[in-house]
Design a protein around this ligand. Sequence first.
Ligand SMILES: [Zn+2]
Length: 79
Amino acid sequence: MILKLIVFAVIFYAVYRLVGGKFPKLSGKIKDHLPKSEDKKKIEEDTLIECDKCGTYVTYKESIIVKGKAYCSKECAGF
Ligand SMILES: [Zn+2]
Protein backbone atom coordinates (compact mmCIF):
# COMPACT_ATOMS: atom_id res chain seq x y z
CA MET A 1 0.00 0.00 0.00
CA ILE A 2 2.68 2.49 1.08
CA LEU A 3 4.94 1.46 -1.79
CA LYS A 4 2.12 2.11 -4.21
CA LEU A 5 1.68 5.55 -2.74
CA ILE A 6 5.40 6.34 -3.09
CA VAL A 7 5.41 5.18 -6.72
CA PHE A 8 2.40 7.35 -7.40
CA ALA A 9 4.10 10.31 -5.72
CA VAL A 10 7.26 9.83 -7.82
CA ILE A 11 5.23 9.66 -11.02
CA PHE A 12 3.25 12.71 -10.01
CA TYR A 13 6.49 14.59 -9.24
CA ALA A 14 8.00 13.56 -12.58
CA VAL A 15 4.93 14.81 -14.43
CA TYR A 16 4.97 17.99 -12.37
CA ARG A 17 8.62 18.62 -13.24
CA LEU A 18 7.92 17.90 -16.89
CA VAL A 19 5.05 20.36 -17.00
CA GLY A 20 6.95 22.86 -14.85
CA GLY A 21 9.93 22.73 -17.21
CA LYS A 22 7.79 23.20 -20.25
CA PHE A 23 5.55 25.95 -19.01
CA PRO A 24 7.97 28.93 -18.85
CA LYS A 25 9.17 28.19 -22.38
CA LEU A 26 5.60 28.05 -23.61
CA SER A 27 4.49 31.22 -21.86
CA GLY A 28 7.62 33.01 -23.09
CA LYS A 29 6.66 32.13 -26.63
CA ILE A 30 3.08 33.25 -26.17
CA LYS A 31 4.21 36.49 -24.51
CA ASP A 32 5.58 37.82 -27.79
CA HIS A 33 2.26 37.40 -29.50
CA LEU A 34 0.02 38.74 -26.79
CA PRO A 35 -1.08 42.34 -26.59
CA LYS A 36 0.63 44.65 -24.10
CA SER A 37 -2.09 44.44 -21.46
CA GLU A 38 -1.79 40.65 -21.25
CA ASP A 39 1.98 40.92 -21.08
CA LYS A 40 1.71 43.27 -18.15
CA LYS A 41 -0.44 40.85 -16.18
CA LYS A 42 2.17 38.09 -16.35
CA ILE A 43 5.11 40.09 -15.04
CA GLU A 44 3.23 42.47 -12.76
CA GLU A 45 4.56 41.37 -9.34
CA ASP A 46 8.25 42.29 -9.70
CA THR A 47 8.05 44.83 -12.46
CA LEU A 48 9.38 48.25 -11.65
CA ILE A 49 7.08 51.06 -12.66
CA GLU A 50 7.54 54.78 -12.42
CA CYS A 51 5.32 56.89 -10.20
CA ASP A 52 3.26 59.17 -12.40
CA LYS A 53 3.70 62.10 -10.04
CA CYS A 54 7.20 62.04 -8.48
CA GLY A 55 9.01 59.59 -10.76
CA THR A 56 10.00 57.13 -8.04
CA TYR A 57 10.36 53.54 -9.16
CA VAL A 58 8.31 51.01 -7.21
CA THR A 59 7.41 47.39 -7.85
CA TYR A 60 3.99 46.79 -9.28
CA LYS A 61 3.11 44.92 -6.08
CA GLU A 62 3.78 48.03 -3.98
CA SER A 63 2.33 50.57 -6.32
CA ILE A 64 -1.12 52.11 -6.25
CA ILE A 65 -2.99 52.12 -9.53
CA VAL A 66 -5.55 54.84 -9.98
CA LYS A 67 -7.38 55.21 -13.28
CA GLY A 68 -4.66 53.34 -15.16
CA LYS A 69 -1.80 55.38 -13.70
CA ALA A 70 0.73 54.07 -11.21
CA TYR A 71 1.73 55.89 -8.04
CA CYS A 72 4.35 55.12 -5.38
CA SER A 73 2.23 56.15 -2.42
CA LYS A 74 -1.22 57.27 -1.37
CA GLU A 75 0.03 60.86 -1.23
CA CYS A 76 1.05 60.76 -4.90
CA ALA A 77 -2.19 59.03 -5.85
CA GLY A 78 -4.08 61.91 -4.31
CA PHE A 79 -5.70 60.18 -1.37
ZN1 LIG B 1 5.23 59.22 -6.13
